[in-house]
Design a protein around this ligand. Structure first.
Ligand SMILES: [Zn+2]
Ligand SMILES: [Zn+2]
Length: 318
């Protein structure tokens, strides 16, 4: 089915705006959703001149003036989704909505950046060698600049009605990630469901992000959905199959980790080397560490792994 068919098909007049990213991912989608007195803009792209110019051109194409945007809703606080938020809020005078947990995470992140420290200690816990830690932190310098303080007017919990849609809280990729589920079954998925990509899982101290992600996939699978409007790539469908395949993928990865730990205890850094045998860039290494830690934490919640005091992980007999 073509994109045009999808646009005609959706009863609520959702419009996709295709914004460029300077990353491998290539682009991010923002969405315009009509409301009584104007539009809600869902996400807004990154703080680059190219992204702002693409947003301006596409709003003009849709005949939407800045002042017609009444609400900016952020699916989550990643820089490709929220970078332009201060600019959009300034130009439009719109109100800002995001999930309560996401706002708390943004505050913590900005504070850590201002104090020049790592927000969560993931690299120390992984026992990443010091030299590589320096490279990883340097690789994220640009990304960090995109995190800015925001003052939401509306803190979401999940379950709220926003016009023809209901907010669905879907933690996992980020702890306060939200999707929008419309009465006709259309689902704005954010980064929770992406057609050809497995969303990376955030790891946070003392939290079971992968367990949350799997529960969020089950939550979405229980909904009646038609067209899925993702934050990256074209609209697609088949949310239940996608959820089932993604859950199976994470269970396979858990099995790989347990197999490696059965031989002897290992650090998260060592497990990255086993699961990704080819050399990763510093940028991708960081995602890999978070992914491994999220799986180890999930397995710990199931009593299948134990974290030893020296930050090595062991598998329990099962
Ligand atoms: Zn994201
Ligand atoms: Zn994204």
């Amino acid at each position: 089915m073509t994109e045009i068919d999808h646009q005609r098909e959706n009863r609520h007049g959702i419009r996709r705006l295709d914004l460029p990213l300077p990353w491998e991912l290539g682009q991010v989608n923002a969405y315009l959703v009509p409301v009584d007195d104007g539009w809600t803009l869902v996400d807004c792209g990154m703080t680059t001149p190219e992204c702002l110019s693409a947003l301006e051109t596409q709003l003009a194409r849709e005949r939407v003036a800045w002042g017609d945007i009444k609400l900016l809703l952020l699916t989550h606080m990643h820089p490709d989704h929220m970078g332009l938020a201060p600019k959009v809020l300034e130009l439009s005078g719109a109100k800002l909505a995001m999930h309560r947990r996401e706002f708390a995470l943004l505050e913590e992140t900005v504070e850590a950046i201002e104090q020049r420290r790592e927000p969560d200690g993931a690299l120390d816990l992984a026992r990443t060698p010091a030299e590589l830690q320096t490279k990883v932190i340097a690789a994220f310098t640009d990304v960090r600049r995109s995190f800015v303080r925001l003052k939401p007017d509306l803190l979401l919990e999940g379950g709220e009605r926003l016009g023809a849609a209901q907010v669905v809280w879907t933690p996992g990729h980020s702890p306060g990630h939200v999707c929008l589920h419309f009465d006709d079954g259309s689902l704005l998925t954010g980064d929770h469901l992406l057609e050809n990509i497995t969303p990376n899982i955030s790891w946070m101290p003392e939290e079971d992000a992968l367990g949350d992600f799997i529960a969020s996939l089950e939550r979405v699978a229980a909904l009646e959905c038609g067209t899925l409007y993702p934050s990256h790539g074209l609209p697609f469908s088949g949310h239940r199959e996608w959820a089932a395949q993604t859950i199976a993928h994470h269970h396979e990865r858990c099995d790989e980790i347990i197999t490696a730990l059965r031989i002897h205890p290992r650090t998260a850094h060592e497990l990255v080397g086993i699961l990704w045998p080819r050399r990763l860039s510093s940028f991708h290494y960081r995602f890999a560490v978070y992914e491994v830690l999220a799986h180890l934490e999930y397995l710990r919640g199931l009593s299948r792994t134990v974290l030893e005091p020296n930050s090595t992980w062991t598998s329990t007999a099962d």
